[in-house]
Design a binder for this molecule. Structure first.
Ligand SMILES: [Zn+2]
Length: 289
């Protein structure tokens, strides 16, 4: 599943490829995504220009002229391909391979762009979505308005953290996965953040010290930045076809490492796996307190 770093990489690739291109036509092969595509509505994109692309949490926002925004979520298996005028196909992130002809049947929507170029939305499991909406008050859109601050933003700081957890009775794993508290942190990254912070996933938030909170904030920013830098990661859905791995997953310290020795040099612990709120949590029983 594409996480925040993977989506950020998609955004950066798309900015360089599609900036200022005009949508000439839209072909819908299969509009039955998480929300069924309204053919008449999506056709309004024809003639519009991609002016700017931003990301909020795991959503991509394509700003077009005439105050339209194409809001996209990649769901479990959504991916964009770009085809240039020489018909060279490019992927837009590291979490999948260039698809083979077999995968082509999952090309759901094709945007024909100016200069004989194409933007293809491919989605095997169809949990992603594409909506064309008006850009006015976009922050108040139902998908976006309850999202907490971005991990890399200045708003994600100790004051905000302490304020939010005050009086709450939850564990740290649970709160870091809560999109209202902080947006875009998925299971993999939360496991890694807690490992580097030396905090066990089921620790109650009311027992966290200021030093521990500072560590969680510091490592959230550090790990997300590193993952973006390394091109993002993903486990199953995208890497299996050719056996190639997304670059960040080679650097996981605890995620998926049940039974292995703790990677911290002076620690003799082993990695344990427990399930919290239906999600796998990997941690070292010795150095995560
Ligand atoms: Zn350890």
């Amino acid at each position: 599943m594409p996480e925040l770093p993977e989506v950020e990489v998609v955004k950066r690739s798309l900015i360089s490829k599609t900036q200022n291109l005009i949508v000439k036509a839209v072909k819908i092969n299969d509009g039955r995504l998480r929300y069924k595509i309204d053919k008449n509505k999506i056709k309004k994109i024809i003639g519009l220009k991609f002016k700017k692309i931003t990301r909020r949490s795991k959503y991509l926002l394509f700003f077009l002229n005439k105050d339209f925004v194409m809001l996209v979520h990649l769901g479990m298996t959504g991916k964009f391909f770009f085809v240039d005028k020489k018909k060279t196909k490019y992927k837009t992130s590291f979490y999948y391979d260039i698809n083979n002809n077999k995968d082509k049947k999952h090309d759901r929507i094709i945007f024909q762009l100016s200069n004989n170029q194409k933007l293809i939305y491919n989605d095997v499991r169809k949990f992603g979505f594409i909506k064309l909406i008006k850009g006015i008050n976009i922050d108040q859109n139902s998908h976006l308005k309850y999202l907490g601050p971005e991990p890399l933003s200045a708003q994600f700081n100790i004051k905000y953290f302490k304020n939010y957890i005050s009086g709450k009775d939850r564990n740290i794993k649970n709160i870091l996965m809560d999109q209202k508290f902080i947006s875009g942190l998925g299971n993999i990254y939360v496991n890694e953040i807690l490992f580097f912070s030396g905090i066990k996933p089921e620790k109650e938030i009311k027992k966290l010290t200021d030093i521990e909170i500072k560590k969680i904030i510091k490592f959230s920013k550090k790990i997300i930045s590193k993952a973006i830098r390394l091109g993002g990661s993903s486990i199953k859905d995208f890497s299996s076809s050719s056996g190639k791995k997304g670059s960040f997953q080679q650097y996981f310290s605890v995620y998926g490492k049940k039974g292995e020795n703790c990677p911290k040099v002076k620690c003799v612990g082993k990695i344990k796996k427990i399930v919290i709120a239906n999600r796998a949590s990997f941690f070292c029983y010795k150095c995560q307190k």
